[in-house]
Design a protein around this ligand. Structure first.
Ligand code: ZN
Length: 95
């Protein structure tokens, strides 16, 4: 199972278009690289697929963009969504 990097990169602040969570840090999946414009990501709160824009703020990925991802990227995105959802469940259980 891939893991989320412990390295947090600061990115310009934006907000998840779905849940409104503040997005100002990024962690790679099995990479410590900084995100680049056009990279896919997911909201750490609600697992919505997001895409980095030219200024590294994030917006929701369209269904067409998801469909056009190459299979490897799409698989990684799906895994990232599963990882975030499992984090979310763990958080809820602790309460
Ligand atoms: Zn969200």
């Amino acid at each position: 199972m891939p893991s989320v990097s412990d390295i947090h990169h600061r990115v310009p602040q934006s907000f998840c278009p779905l849940c409104g969570h503040k997005l100002d840090a990024a962690s790679g999946m099995d990479t410590d690289d900084r995100p680049s414009p056009g990279d896919a990501g997911v909201c750490i709160q609600c697992a919505t697929p997001l895409i980095y824009q030219d200024d590294l703020t994030m917006r929701a990925m369209t269904q067409a963009e998801i469909n056009n991802l190459d299979p490897g990227c799409r698989r990684e995105l799906e895994i990232a969504m599963l990882v975030v959802r499992s984090l979310d469940r763990r958080k809820k259980r602790k309460k």
